[in-house]
Design a protein around this ligand. Structure first.
Ligand code: ZN
Length: 70
C-alpha cells in the first residue's frame, strides 16, 4: 500500500499529463477490428454522478462518450 504522499504524487503526475490513456478500446474502431485506445478528453474533469464519469475520445475516429468509474 502507498502512503498518502505517494498516492497524491501519482495522481498529480497523471493530471499533468494530458494524454492519459483511459484503458478502454474504442467501440466503433473495434467493430472494424481496430484496437484503438481511448483517451480522457480532460483528465481533470470528473462528473459527480453516481457512478462518476469522465469523457473519453478516440484519436482515430473522433468518437466520444463517457467512461463510468466506481
Ligand atoms: Zn475509434
Amino acid at each position: 500500500m502507498k502512503t498518502l504522499t505517494e498516492h497524491n504524487a501519482m495522481i498529480d503526475s497523471c493530471v499533468n499529463d494530458t494524454k492519459v490513456g483511459a484503458g478502454v478500446l474504442c467501440p466503433m474502431c473495434f467493430e472494424y477490428k481496430e484496437e484503438i485506445q481511448m483517451y480522457f478528453t480532460n483528465q481533470s474533469i470528473v462528473l459527480l454522478t453516481y457512478p462518476s464519469k469522465q469523457e473519453v475520445y478516440c484519436p482515430a475516429c473522433g468518437f466520444n462518450d463517457f467512461k463510468l468509474s466506481l
